[in-house]
Design a protein around this ligand. Structure first.
Ligand code: FEO
Ligand code: CA
Ligand code: CA
Ligand code: CA
Length: 676
């Protein structure tokens, strides 16, 4: 059947992989914060350094002492800044070189089918997924020459994946529909298989080139891979489906954004914008769906392939969460409850069934960042909920960490907290447990399972601070300070702009950092400060309060990672719809910068091609190879241009090639450490 670009219900609201509109609940009364020691205007006048000094002047610690004593370079950043770029290429500083590795569609397992836009859904399951995001390099025995590269595939760009989409007026997030309004089952299968995680053995050859190996450890995890639930929701009736009447199993992982690495050497893939895959057409919508935006509109419309899919109908129909049968064990009304979790994968065991760890909460998880594990102490991890006015969370395990016995079971018992950032620079972790912080039968959260299934609703009740879209976190290996990116929040009003989220109509974003009380990551209180305000020379400020300049202006911090030498790597994700437009005109393409956490010195290190975001960051143990990801090059292409065959990027192959997300390998010509 002929493909068309019929505007479906999705086109009304879903214009990108952004989050839905939401009115914040549990808003603090901003009129009563007159006593705040951290006035917003001081920051906007350029007094960030001053404000920080007044906030933290009484705190001990080498970070702050050196910060006050230093005015410039400490030598941590040893590279020359790269300029803003609008070119269709990836740029690194002089003395550095790049290699493109494992682009979308590269064969990695099974029969190793070669990449082509004509690949079938079945072939995609043997190839790298699309939209590379969070990533880790698991070295073999500490090697910096060989290991497993594990890559999240956040989503896909259907118009680039299906030959039938050529010539249609589609934007990056649109899906081709048949004339009867249904979807083609093999197209949907291909999209499902482009999601998930890839595990690939890679090795550096003697010329310094990294090569994927054909290896039995290579694996694709997709939107169809069988998974187990663990923790408090395992067996809960609200996870019952026709696929798993006993509520212990589910199929697949979706929208895997940032990642985590456990102290015991497994990989965590986090489920972010999963709500876009589901539809609930009628009936009362429970808070565990409505609080996450699941309703009658849906972007991917995978369920519309069911009617044409014969015996395979069930794998598509499950994305329709409308009650269709007499009981939840006969339909998929509960399928959205199977998403929004953190998924643990053992990359060294290809037969391992991934596990969804429900005690880590259900929301739009960006990533999961662990505090350094200490023998005999609880395991602590942080995770942001990437939506406007959502929260930052922390999990503290009930059982102590012992390297010899540590496993994912540590994540099944403990306490989940949400953060309250007070405007005076203090903060508190609010336990999300029945009987605390207003949670209990009277507020609709009688049990821990009630809280974890609707984590957002529980954090509303507890009074957590609605943030400017929490993205990645990172922990300074030298000081233990925790950093989080807050990418932007254009819906924040003047009356809501205060403290840690100081700007109304915040188009640029900021980075916050905090010290846990007693430098104990399991503590229930902390002190925070802003590390920087993203923006241009007018609106951006570094740690010293100095205006950002040509070598470091940027917007929308997202990826965040500390290397072992304490360089803070910051990656940007200006939406593909906003790139090269005001107020982002000055920023050009998305970029990666490095910062000195002591002085706040900040410098642009990398620029990507048009339409792409930069995300995912890890080095080999010796820090001489860095892996980052370029996600969705060309996604900024308008529907009109796409229909005319004109695409904003042809990276990485160039010429007329279809753009492909890929890993970029960065090395130095002299073999030195990256960034030094
Ligand atoms: Fe998938 Fe929050 O970026
Ligand atoms: Ca993305
Ligand atoms: Ca991200
Ligand atoms: Ca982002």
């Amino acid at each position: 059947m002929k493909e068309t670009a019929i505007p479906g219900p999705a086109d009304v609201e879903f214009i990108s992989n952004e989050e839905p509109a939401r009115t914040p609940v549990a808003q603090p009364d901003f009129e009563t914060v007159a006593s705040a020691r951290y006035p917003r205007r001081a920051i906007l006048r350029g007094g960030l350094g001053l404000a920080i000094a007044s906030l933290f002047g009484s705190l001990p610690g080498p970070v702050l002492a050196r910060q006050r004593g230093s005015n410039g370079a400490t030598g941590l950043l040893g590279f020359e800044a790269v300029p803003v770029s609008r070119a269709d290429t990836a740029v690194v500083p002089p003395g550095y070189r790049i290699q493109v590795l494992l682009p979308w569609g590269e064969p990695i397992t099974g029969t190793y089918p070669a990449f082509s836009t004509d690949n079938t859904g079945a072939e995609q399951a043997m190839q790298m997924g699309a939209h590379h995001d969070g990533m880790h390099f698991f070295p073999f025995a500490g090697s910096s020459r060989e290991g497993l590269l594990v890559v999240n595939h956040e989503y896909a760009e259907p118009r680039l994946m299906h030959r039938a989409a050529a010539g249609l007026g589609l934007i990056s997030f649109d899906v081709p529909l048949r004339e009867d309004g249904s979807r083609d089952p093999d197209q949907v299968l291909k999209e499902m298989h482009a999601h998930g995680v890839s595990i690939v053995r890679i090795r550096r050859d003697d010329d310094g080139q990294w090569l994927p190996l054909r290896d039995s450890l290579n694996r694709r995890i997709t939107a169809l891979t069988p998974m187990e639930f663990s923790g408090p929701l395992r067996g809960d009736p609200r996870l019952q489906t026709a696929y798993s009447p006993d509520a212990t199993r589910g199929r697949g992982t979706l929208n895997n954004c940032a990642n985590g690495v456990t102290p015991w050497g497994t990989y965590l893939a986090c489920e972010e914008n999963w709500r876009y895959y589901f539809v609930r057409e009628q009936g009362e919508i429970p808070a565990s769906l409505s609080r996450y935006g699941v309703g009658p509109l849906n972007a991917w419309r995978w369920h519309l392939a069911a009617a044409n899919a014969g015996e395979a109908a069930d794998q598509y129909a499950r994305f329709d969460a409308t009650p269709r049968a007499d009981s939840p064990q006969q339909d998929y009304r509960n399928e959205p409850h199977a998403f929004g979790w953190v998924v643990e994968v053992d990359p060294f065991d290809p037969a391992n069934t991934p596990v969804k760890r429900t005690h880590l909460g259900r929301f739009a998880h960006e990533g999961a960042v662990f505090a350094p594990a200490r023998q005999g102490k609880p395991v602590v991890l942080y995770s942001g909920d990437d939506s406007m006015f959502e929260y930052i969370y922390k999990f503290v395990s009930a059982q102590p960490y012992h390297p010899a016995s540590a496993s994912g079971a540590l994540l099944d018992e403990g306490t989940l907290y949400a953060a309250r950032f007070d405007s005076d620079g203090n903060g508190e972790w609010l336990a999300l447990v029945p009987g605390a912080n207003g949670l209990g039968p009277e507020s609709g959260f009688a049990t821990l399972a009630d809280i974890l299934l609707n984590t957002r609703g529980a954090a509303d009740v507890a009074g957590a601070t609605p943030m400017d879209r929490p993205e990645w976190g990172a922990i300074d290996p030298g000081t233990g300070l925790v950093y989080f990116t807050l990418t932007k929040n254009t819906r924040r009003s003047e009356g809501q702009a205060e403290g840690v989220n100081p700007r109304a109509q915040n188009a640029m974003g900021q980075i916050v950092r905090w010290r846990e009380a007693g430098n104990d990551h399991a503590a229930s209180a902390f002190t925070w400060e802003l590390f920087l305000l993203a923006g241009d020379a007018d609106s951006g400020r570094d740690l010293q309060g100095t205006a950002l300049s040509a070598e470091n202006l940027f917007a929308n911090p997202d990826g965040l990672w500390f290397d072992a030498d304490r360089r803070l790597w910051i990656q940007t994700d200006i939406s593909d719809l906003d790139l090269h437009k005001e107020p982002y005109q000055a920023m050009g393409n998305n970029a990666m910068l490095a910062a000195d956490p002591d002085t706040g010195e900040l410098r642009r290190f990398f620029t990507g091609p048009p339409g792409a975001e930069i995300t995912g960051c890890i080095t080999t143990p010796d820090q001489t190879t860095m892996f980052i990801n370029v996600q969705h090059p060309g996604a900024s292409t308008s529907a009109q241009d796409f229909a005319a065959g004109k695409i904003d990027s042809h990276w990485p192959a160039g010429g007329k090639a279809v753009p492909r997300s890929a890993t970029v390998v960065i090395t130095r010509e002299d073999g030195g450490k990256i960034g030094a």
